[in-house]
Design a binder for this molecule. Structure first.
Ligand SMILES: *Cc1c(COP(=O)(O)O)cnc(C)c1O
Length: 387
């Protein structure tokens, strides 16, 4: 019998239910679909986190709370199970006692995109999809290409022409079909959408299919385990499409229903670049959704997302958690890359380094107490950005 407690897909806006045996992208109403689980049964069979103790280290240790039914559909490269590193030198420099870095650069393909695309490709296999396509600001393309290769499925990647070179090289190596657009990820998204309806490819754009978020949510489960059965007080998350933010927020709700945690939540901090900060702008304006950001530009390629389809879910998570949103400059990001590398030996992606810049700002403002447990997400490897 399958250990998965997955039951159905539910629309995040209109609450329509959809049959998970079929391939789905958005709800017919145009909003993202979310996977739902039998959490009443979960409380009985998965209510005690101690049963995780002797399990495999990768994200499949949470198989009850993942949608893949049978091991034969799992397309795995060892994703998840990344370290939560203490930061004695960096922490001391900031006067902090419980500062951690969740180092997602150790995932296959060098970024946390592996978690999401692992689940998207596995589920594509489970429901019989045969050809995959994705628009990417960089790392998502590499991750899709890798997992598609692993599954023996063809993949198509559309990227901005000025994407980091490492992302092009990896897609080539994984034998993906690559196309370039003059513009940003939203322009790539438009082309993927056109080509997908023309050629019958399955488009796995952020939140336009329901399972990438299921892979990303495992970061929330891991934090709980790695902190010895509790959650941090504050989470810093560099936000593009927001899959990880929405995913972890969903994971916390599931964990409460399972009986692992109470109703307390970490304050969620969304970090963007001053060159592309649609979520920060919407947060400050008190808006429920975000306007398109014109002329998006930043060295943190993963943050160059001028419009996110899950904007309302990101904003909801920030507000419900009493979190905040902060925009930081490319110059400060570059300096933070060096600071993290030289103090802690972690060569962070600019997106990850952006978290440190935001932390310094919020410490200055007194928004964070120096004794609080704070986690910064280093979402990818600096080695991908050496152009
Ligand atoms: C994609 C990406 C992000 C943004 O992640 P979302 O979940 O889309 O918000 C951050 N950092 C890196 C390195 C990325 O590749």
């Amino acid at each position: 019998m399958s250990p998965s407690l997955f039951t159905h897909l539910l629309c995040s806006r209109c609450e329509r239910e959809l049959d998970p045996a079929l391939p789905h992208r958005l709800c017919p109403c145009g909003s993202p679909l979310l996977a739902r689980y039998d959490l009443a049964k979960g409380r009985q069979v998965f209510g005690n986190p101690a049963l995780l103790r002797d399990r495999r280290r990768d994200l499949w240790r949470y198989e009850e709370m993942l949608p893949v039914r049978e091991p034969e559909f799992r397309v795995s490269l060892g994703e998840g199970g990344t370290p939560l590193l203490g930061t004695s030198r960096l922490g001391a420099r900031l006067g902090m006692t419980h500062l951690y870095i969740k180092d997602e650069s150790l995932n296959p393909t060098g970024s946390f995109k592996a978690r999401g695309l692992c689940l998207a490709v596995s589920m594509a296999k489970q429901v019989g999809v045969e050809e995959l396509a994705i628009p990417s600001a960089g790392n998502a393309g590499g991750a899709l290409a890798a997992y598609a290769a692993r599954a023996g499925l063809p993949s198509h990647v559309v990227m901005p022409r000025d994407v980091p070179r490492a992302n092009v090289a990896e897609c080539e190596a994984y034998a993906a079909d690559i196309r370039f657009v003059d513009g940003v990820i939203t322009d790539a998204g438009r082309l993927v959408s056109e080509l997908s309806s023309q050629f019958g490819w399955f488009d796995v754009s952020t939140l336009k299919e329901p399972y990438r978020i299921e892979g990303k949510k495992t970061m929330g489960y891991e934090l709980f385990e790695q902190l010895g059965g509790r959650l941090p007080e504050v989470i810093f998350y560099p936000t593009g499409g927001g899959t990880g933010m929405i995913g972890m927020w969903k994971a916390f709700e599931e964990m409460e229903q399972l009986g692992w945690i109470d109703s307390r939540r970490p304050r969620m901090v969304s970090i963007q670049s001053t060159g592309c900060a649609p979520i920060v702008r919407a947060f400050e304006a008190g808006a429920e959704s975000a306007e398109m950001w014109e002329g998006a530009q930043t060295i943190a390629a993963g943050l160059r997302v001028p419009r996110a389809i899950g904007d309302f879910l990101i904003l909801r998570a920030i507000r419900e958690s009493r979190g905040t949103a902060v925009a930081v400059t490319d110059e400060a990001i570059q300096q933070a890359v060096t600071t993290i590398a030289s103090t802690e030996g972690i060569f962070a992606a600019p997106e990850g380094a952006a978290c440190l810049v935001a932390l310094e700002l919020l410490l200055e403002r007194g928004w964070i107490d120096k004794e609080e447990t704070v986690v910064l997400f280093n979402t990818g490897s600096g080695l991908k950005y050496i152009d």
